[in-house]
Design a protein around this ligand. Structure first.
Ligand code: 5AD
Ligand code: SF4
Length: 448
């Protein structure tokens, strides 16, 4: 054994998937995983740069490890992911405790770079690649029900506020075959849900196979495995993709489709490449093709020059679409992006106030949607005990809503059940199990 690795993961699900890749690589090279930082001789932080506060948190964490390193001078501390790309100099020269800095496309070199650090030098790998997809690497995953699979890397969209195209580089896709094989393996291990990941997942392209082809190939592997995917860009949500979702009962009727703003002027400044009218007609079309489809979104408040009228347009769009959920953020200027040069002219307290209004509105909408489900039946995948009580189980609908049901003997983790919804809050549905759905059915009726 070479040593113990302790790793913390910050940011998006891509990072969660990357951490599993990194662990796959390091375990193959003789390292063991530890869940206790004090037992580790290598501590890695897989980092996120998307907003200022994400980076601040990680700097705070590095401070903690500095103390540990004074007690244990041989400890190797490494930064992986987006911050490695953005802040290499700062991390090595100023925050002197960092020994290893490795960006998202250089994880294969990690064992070598950790060795360099053990020999007293800095291990640095921050080149971005046009081809690296880690297609041949088997990620290390603990047993469970749900797995993340990264199917493409990078982003070519260059939204003006976003660092991802700079920290994760150009778009490239894994082969369809390797993804399908990975799902076959997960099926054998009893997994019940996979989420296909990409910063821009519907730009997936492997030769002639597009994302719709990939989804249908994944869906037939095991009809008892639910397929989810994220994140979709409105520009690439094709009709073929919508029909593929509609035709496959185990592809979840749930699309994460970030709108970012409701104002055409702001959307243009953001380089989002659609107008609000185009976005809304896309939603309307999707709802026709996939009855019952639900949407979630990302919204930014306080983008440069955002006026009160622009903010009101965002609230209007939220009321029109009625998203099932939203990730809502204050604009955070990132050096090197186009919008950084536009200034950051919306005062902090106005950003906060607008964000608060956006959050409140979304809570009301979620509540309303959830209330409308009371009395209806939903198919739920049971995931385990409820976090709040051992007398209840928790699961999710295919539209990603959490459902709590009373614990019963015949209900195991990983079973699909039909649930009658009895009451609801803005975040959770509560109900009773009506029937258990037999495993091994050819087609899973994901909607009741
Ligand atoms: N400031 C605030 N939010 C941002 N996002 C990306 N960059 C920024 C930024 N500079 C949000 C977007 C994106 C999500 C992943 O993070 O809404 O969709
Ligand atoms: Fe960033 Fe836009 Fe790419 Fe999403 S689509 S990762 S917001 S540049």
């Amino acid at each position: 054994m070479k040593g113990n690795i302790y790793i913390e993961t910050y940011g998006c699900q891509m990072n969660v998937a990357d951490t599993e890749l990194v662990l796959g690589i390091l375990k193959n090279n003789g390292y063991e995983l530890t869940k206790n930082a004090h037992e580790a001789n290598v501590i890695l932080l897989n980092t996120c740069s998307i907003r200022e506060n994400a980076e601040q948190r990680i700097y705070g964490r590095l401070g903690n490890f500095k103390t540990l390193k004074t007690l244990k001078p041989d400890l190797v501390v490494g930064i992986l992911g987006c911050m490695a790309e953005r802040l290499r100099k700062d991390l090595i020269e100023e925050k002197k405790i960092v020994d290893v800095v490795v960006g998202p496309d250089e994880y294969r070199k990690l064992p070598e770079l950790i060795d360099t650090a053990f020999n007293g030098e800095k291990g640095i790998g921050i080149k971005l690649s046009r081809t690296e997809t880690y297609d041949d690497i088997i990620p290390y995953r603990e047993d469970g029900l749900q797995a993340w699979i990264s199917v493409m890397r990078g982003c070519d969209k260059f939204c003006t506020f976003c660092v991802v195209p700079f920290t994760r580089g150009r778009e490239r896709s894994r082969t369809l075959n390797s993804i399908v094989n990975e799902i076959k393996q997960l099926s054998l291990r009893g997994f019940k849900e996979v989420t296909l990941l990409g910063q821009n997942v519907n730009s997936y392209l492997d030769g002639n196979f597009d994302f719709a082809d990939l989804l249908s190939a994944c869906a037939v592997v095991d009809r008892n495995i639910r397929i989810r995917f994220t994140t979709s860009h409105p520009q690439d949500l094709s009709d073929k993709l919508l029909y593929t979702i509609a035709e496959n009962s185990n592809i979840c009727n749930y699309i994460h489709l970030p709108v970012q703003s409701g104002s055409n002027r702001i959307l243009q400044l953001m380089n989002r490449t659609y107008t609000i009218e185009q976005y809304l007609s896309l939603i309307e079309k999707a709802r026709k093709i996939i009855p019952g489809v639900s949407f979630s979104t990302d919204i930014i408040s306080g983008f440069p020059t955002e006026a009160y009228e622009d903010h009101v347009m965002t609230l209007d769009v939220m009321r029109l679409v009625k998203y099932d959920g939203a990730y809502m953020f204050k604009y955070s200027p990132r050096e090197g992006t186009k919008s950084f040069k536009m200034g950051d002219d919306v005062p902090e307290e106005i950003k906060t106030k607008r964000l608060q209004e956006i959050i409140e509105l979304q809570q009301n909408i979620s509540s309303e949607i959830n209330q409308s489900l009371v009395g209806k039946e939903e198919i739920v995948l049971i995931e385990g005990l409820s976090r709040k009580s051992e007398k209840f189980l928790s699961g999710r609908t295919d539209t990603n809503k959490i459902v709590i049901v009373p614990l019963e003997e015949n209900l195991a983790e990983g079973s699909y059940v039909k649930v009658k919804i009895e009451r609801a809050t803005s975040a959770t549905l509560f109900g009773n199990v009506v029937s258990v759905i037999e495993p091994g059915r050819e087609t899973l009726p994901l909607t009741a």
